[in-house]
Design a protein around this ligand. Structure first.
Ligand code: PEP
Ligand code: MG
Length: 589
């Protein structure tokens, strides 16, 4: 019977395929006591499960190495070595000899190991928790005869729609794009990182479905509508036909918008609005350049580290940054230093923190780990030889952090000079305005900062106290809340006083209605999702900056986010007509 689940549109496009259910969670293990007589057979069952898990890991490792690369595959060597750990295996065997069934014995021991590692004082050790969890799941799945849910097991051309609770880094590196045509998750919102990654990979995705993994058994035919945020289970033939037709129409609409790539981004009253692209993976740079982006307004470097066991070294980072810089010859490329933590990477501390978004992440972690940070700064300085590189610091709340970062940048520069390298004399160092603290006190930053870039994803989260990754709160994540609009207005005013460029690089900039509001608030540089460049350009070319200003100022004085949205919508519709993409934005493309 046909059923439709409603979620949040995260990456546009339609995919029709078979659901591949990936239940990557530690299963419940029943308590089971065995008799003395059963002990030898149970020990053998455990040893066999370990051997099967190891064989499986070797297989996964080889596939990931061939498809993605050596470094990404190293995660599985770590997991393999956990299974070879004599103290772990010995302790489980001891528990089996005390009459516990193999799965319970393994479960108890692994739970203890995970807790111990999560509390470890060393960040490197805490990082291992996600590997331990993967091993925990893998062995239990074998002992409990659960289906093997590895995504890598899909043959190329399988056209599978991956349905899972959430996508972890370890799972992300295993995604085989020749087999997977779409992603559906129970958790997440438009701005959570699984959504951002799906858009980067160009895979249609719906997140925040809440119960998709419970509603599916696996292998059902599904239609994933990443544009509208729907997952249709067991669709009728008529539905499949309609969706296939729509997929074609969307392709045509996109092709039309691509025609705007070479046109100037200027409002009807002559104000230029620079459109740059957000780049998460170096491979996206070329696509964005073709779409007409005038450089990169945000490169999220943490995606270089996703799923890795170690941070990339200086040379590897340098190559990745250089690739992006060269794709945008002559245009600025803003590269953000590591923003790890929060919902991003399990690097250091994240698994143990009660409030990761308020925790040890981004600039805080980088300043506390100067060697890690300076490795990145050296790679950035080296890449700056090839073009207009600008460095951006995430999650700044105070000028002291900017000063501390600048000191490390000076040291990094000296280290490269000592190696005999020639570097440009100046490299702009800007900050993200993504906390209410930075927005309210933006004036304290202007003298020692080269530019501002407003990160509305976090700014909205912190201002409205709404977790950006929580599907239950998605409707409360309202960037057009007057409080957010006022913070943006204040930041633009502070920037103007200091003669600083103020850009917006959060998802808000990719949305037509919100881009209109931002233009009205005086923002003249938007960094948007690569695919949204033509759509936002169409908005820019259709509106007058003066009209946008009038509407945005009224929105700042609105009583509610709904009122603000309504009045902006009325103005934008007056300019572009009642076209469907105005309210829905990218999701309606
Ligand atoms: C933001 O917070 O708006 C932003 C652009 O950064 P990220 O989404 O990577 O946190
Ligand atoms: Mg952010």
């Amino acid at each position: 019977m046909e059923r439709t689940l409603h979620g949040i549109p995260a990456s546009p496009g339609v995919a029709v395929g078979a659901a591949h259910l990936l239940l990557w969670e530690v299963p419940d293990v029943p308590h089971h006591i065995i008799s003395d007589l059963e002990i030898p057979a149970e020990l053998k069952r455990f040893a066999d499960a370990i051997e099967r898990s190891k064989a499986r890991l070797r297989h996964v490792r080889d596939r990931v190495e061939a498809a993605v690369g050596k470094e990404e595959a190293a995660i599985f060597d770590v997991q393999y070595s956990i299974l070879e750990d004599r103290s772990l295996v010995g302790r489980v065997e001891e528990l089996i000899r005390q009459n516990l069934a193999a799965e319970k014995a393994f479960d108890i021991e692994m739970t203890e190991w995970r807790q111990r590692f999560a509390r470890h004082t060393s960040a490197m050790m805490r990082e291992r928790v996600s590997d331990l969890t993967d091993v925990h799941i893998r062995v239990l799945a074998i002992l409990l005869h659960l289906p093997d849910h590895d995504p890598v097991d899909l043959p190329p051309g399988a056209k599978a729609v991956l349905v899972t609770h959430d996508l972890t880094p370890g799972l992300t590196v295993q995604l085989d794009r020749s087999a997977i045509v779409g992603i559906a998750t129970d958790a997440g919102t438009r701005t959570s990182h699984v959504a951002i990654l799906a858009r980067s990979l160009g895979l249609p995705a719906v997140v925040g479905l809440r119960y998709a993994t419970e509603q599916l058994r696996g292998h059902e035919q599904v239609i994933l509508d990443g544009t509208k945020g729907l997952l249709v289970i067991n669709p009728s033939e008529e539905d499949v036909r309609r969706y296939k037709e729509r997929a074609k129409e969307e392709e045509i609409a996109e092709a039309e918008l691509r025609g705007l790539a070479q046109m100037e981004s200027v409002t009807t009253d002559g104000e230029r609005v620079t459109l740059r692209a957000n780049v998460d993976l170096p491979e996206e740079a070329e696509v964005a350049a073709k779409a007409g982006a005038e450089g990169v307004g945000l490169m999220r470097t943490e995606f270089l580290v996703v799923g890795r066991t170690m941070m990339p070294d200086e040379d590897e980072q340098y190559e990745a940054y250089k690739k992006v810089v060269e794709a945008f010859a002559g245009h600025p490329v803003v590269i953000r230093t590591y923003d790890v933590g929060g919902d991003k990477l399990p690097v250091g501390g994240h698994p143990t923190e009660a409030n990761p978004y308020l925790g040890w992440r981004a600039i805080r972690m980088c300043l506390d780990e100067p060697e890690l940070f300076k490795t990145q700064l050296r790679a950035l300085l080296r890449a700056s030889v090839h073009g207009d590189v600008r460095i951006m610091l995430p999650l700044i709340v105070s000028l002291s952090e900017v000063r501390a970062a600048r000191k490390l940048l000076r040291e990094a520069r000296e280290e490269l000079r000592a190696r005999g390298m020639k570097l440009p004399d100046f490299i702009p160092l800007g900050v993200m305005i993504e906390t209410p603290a930075a927005a309210v006190a933006a004036d304290t930053l202007i003298e020692e900062t080269s530019f501002f870039s407003i990160g509305t994803n976090d700014l909205v989260q912190y201002t409205l106290a709404v977790d950006r990754g929580n599907a239950n709160l998605a409707s409360r994540f309202t960037p057009l809340h007057p409080a957010v609009l006022r913070l943006i207005r204040g930041t633009v005013e502070a920037g103007a006083k200091g003669k600083l460029h103020v850009a917006v690089c959060g998802e808000m900039a990719s949305h037509p209605l919100m881009a209109f509001a931002l233009i009205g608030l005086g923002v003249r540089e938007l960094s948007v999702n690569g695919r949204s460049v033509p759509l936002v350009k169409r908005v820019v070319r259709s509106v007058s900056a003066a009209k946008a200003r009038e509407a945005a100022l009224r929105a700042c004085d609105a009583r509610t986010p709904e009122d603000a949205e309504e009045l902006l919508l009325t103005e934008l519709r007056a300019a572009v007509g009642d076209v469907y993409w105005v309210r829905e934005g990218l999701a309606a493309l």
